[in-house]
Write a new protein. Structure first.
Length: 205
């Protein structure tokens, strides 16, 4: 099939689980991370700023689990330790660091995919969204599963490859390759996506 345009219809920026721990290098959040993890998360601020500048809706997600750990399900069966626990200092969304505005949207989630057990689809329908632009972490977990669910729901998906970070470099690269396999042209540098957002606004005006 031919490569689709970078942005089709109405775009929305999805900020997946960029929480306070992404700005706390000495904080143990129970999850392994690749080299440049912190740098990639901080770089995502440029995408948020570009979305704001170009009147593109922004949806922030926060993974959070109850103190009694009743809602982890199978999340602790693999390589991850206890993480995103309610009340822990690294759990709140990084609102100030990411330039979050009162006009942005904010959704809690208890599972990896932003679609699972949340109001995400209702919000996307209200926004008449067609292209979802993803930044955040982990590339190989929450970003990847959200991308796959969005793809299967017929959204056009784009990922800023330098604004996502994985549990390891190998896992990060493999997930980006898997996403590109599903939608040719989905994985792009943030600079290209920022230029695309600006161009979209000019053409929409």
């Amino acid at each position: 099939m031919p490569k689709q345009p970078m942005i089709v219809g109405n775009p929305v920026l999805i900020v997946v689980d960029i929480q306070k721990s992404a700005f706390m290098r000495d904080y143990d959040n129970g999850i392994p991370h690749m080299p440049n993890f912190f740098e990639n998360q901080k770089r995502a601020r440029t995408m948020v700023d570009a979305a704001h500048d170009n009147d593109i809706p922004v949806i922030f997600f926060q993974e959070i689990h109850r103190k009694d750990m009743i809602d982890y399900g199978r999340e602790l069966d693999g390589s991850e330790d206890v993480h995103c626990l309610e009340g822990n200092p690294g759990t709140p969304v990084a609102a100030e660091e990411m330039g979050m505005r009162e006009t942005d949207y904010f959704i809690h989630k208890r599972r990896y995919s932003c679609f699972f057990g949340t109001e995400f689809e209702i919000l996307l329908r209200g926004l008449k969204a067609e292209t979802l632009i993803l930044v955040g972490c982990l590339t190989d977990v929450c970003v990847h599963y959200t991308f796959a669910d969005a793809h299967q729901s017929d959204y056009y998906c784009r990922v800023a490859k330098d604004c996502v970070a994985g549990s390891s470099q190998t896992a990060h690269d493999a997930s980006l390759n898997a996403m590109e396999y599903l939608q040719t042209g989905a994985v792009l540098p943030s600079a290209d996506l920022i230029a695309g957002m600006s161009s979209h606004k000019r053409h929409a005006a």
